[in-house]
Design a protein around this ligand. Structure first.
Ligand SMILES: Cc1cc2nc3c(=O)[nH]c(=O)nc-3n(C[C@H](O)[C@H](O)[C@H](O)COP(=O)(O)OP(=O)(O)OC[C@H]3O[C@@H](n4cnc5c(N)ncnc54)[C@H](O)[C@@H]3O)c2cc1C
Length: 379
């Protein structure tokens, strides 16, 4: 049964209480704005509760140097963002940035990764790009006590990479938002947004909420909400699987793109990428592949039981880079979408929120406009 809404007026209404909405909403509330978050329910395609928890820099931004800068900026803001969340909410999001590795099996993978990382470096026009390649011996020295599988030839390494507990991050952001005076409206699925004088009315089964500014941070919900508001942003689902082992002693000193050990001792294994439409069911063949690969990289992982698996759907744009777009036909309505909502939480809270609050748009935002997809279509 929907909880009834107090029909208050807000400065900004944020649609979506996943990873992106609360981060932006914190920043807006910190700027003194009256903000509400409307969220659907627990049975929707919500990615905030199904992700891997990496705050990841290496490999991001292929084809878009501005996204490299944006990811770096967020990673650098993370320590203070995490500390602020802990100080104010008591929730430790488990942020650590000891650097991160992508372990490579065989020469072909190494050559492919070198080529890919090299392209990102070159597009930066000689700017610093904090990713280096380690040979097997150097990789072993980063992972004391771990015997690597015979096929591991080395790794790419970035000192900027890190990780968090994404569920604690979600809880901390929601708590902080409400501490700052924000209103969270669960069970408020927005079915439509209509102009009403100077404001927009957001229609929900629990009542109408009005605000002059609206942020659509609704993950997959953007596909339905965006087009009537002039925000035709081509996002698609891409399924990823995650496996979790039983708890074990701390063996991984740093996260890797396919493994990370939680503070509690479980090891998370990921992450696949399948084009499966909106099907988020677990596919046993895929989880078997993930487990086999993990055993080839770190054979000791074969001794651990898998206690949980799930699949979730990434919110992917065609170039895998984020979108920050204000509607041209409906000024005051903004859409934000990204498949790195954990990584970008700090920069969304501290910088992107200013753009919605009428600060000048950050330099990166010209590149992040969804106009780039229209340009590709007409080219
Ligand atoms: C397997 C996997 C691993 C991942 N790993 C990482 C990682 O390691 N690091 C990283 O940075 N990112 C990772 N991600 C991506 C990250 O989880 C997403 O980028 C992030 O969750 C997107 O946030 P969002 O707010 O756009 O969407 P969501 O988190 O899905 O939140 C959207 C919210 O909007 C609500 N909503 C939708 N429609 C409506 C509506 N009409 N009315 C009201 N509410 C609505 C939904 O209920 C939901 O709560 C991963 C994703 C997957 C699938």
């Amino acid at each position: 049964m929907p909880i009834s809404t107090a029909h208050k007026n807000y400065d900004v209404a944020v649609i979506g209480g996943g990873m992106i909405g609360p981060a932006l909403a914190i920043g807006l509330a910190e700027r003194g704005m009256k903000v509400c978050i409307l969220d659907e329910g627990d049975d929707v395609l919500r990615v905030a509760r199904g992700n891997f928890g990496l705050v990841w820099f290496q490999g991001k931004g292929f084809g878009m140097p501005r996204y490299v800068e944006w990811s770096r900026r967020s990673a650098k803001l993370y320590p203070s963002f995490a500390a602020e969340l802990k100080e104010n909410t008591g929730v430790d999001i488990g942020h650590a940035n000891p650097g991160g590795l992508e372990l490579l099996l065989g020469d072909e993978e190494l050559a492919h990764r070198r080529h890919f990382i090299g392209q990102i470096y070159q597009q930066g026009g000689g700017n610093e790009y904090e990713v280096e390649f380690l040979d097997r011996k150097q990789t072993e020295s980063m992972l004391p006590g771990i015997r690597l599988g015979d096929e591991v030839v080395g790794a790419s390494y970035s000192p900027i990479d890190g990780h968090v507990n994404p569920l604690f991050l979600l809880r901390a952001m929601h708590t902080r938002f409400q501490q700052l005076g924000g209103t969270y409206l669960p069970h408020h699925r927005v079915s439509g947004v209509v102009k009403n004088g100077q404001a927009y009315d957001l229609q929900t089964a629990a009542g109408t909420v009005s605000a002059p500014k609206v942020v659509i941070a609704a993950g997959h919900g953007l596909r339905e909400l965006g087009p009537p508001l002039g925000l035709n942003i081509p996002i698609r689902p891409q399924r990823g699987h995650i496996l979790v082992t039983e708890r074990t002693q701390q063996i991984l000193p740093m996260p890797m793109s396919a493994f990370r050990q939680t503070r509690e001792g479980s090891i998370m294994l990921g992450v696949s990428a399948e084009e499966a439409g909106y099907n988020d069911m677990v596919d046993t063949a895929t989880i078997a592949k993930i487990a086999q690969r993990a055993g080839r990289i770190i054979p000791a992982l074969r001794n651990l039981n898998i206690v949980r698996t799930w699949a979730a759907l990434r919110v992917l744009t065609p170039d895998k880079c984020p979108v920050y777009q204000e509607s041209q036909s409906h000024p005051g309505i903004y859409a934000v979408a990204s498949h790195s909502g954990v990584t970008l939480a700090a920069v969304n809270a501290k910088v992107a929120s200013g753009w919605i609050a009428d600060d000048p748009a950050p330099e990166e935002f010209e590149a992040f406009s969804s106009e780039r997809f229209n340009a590709q279509k007409t080219a």
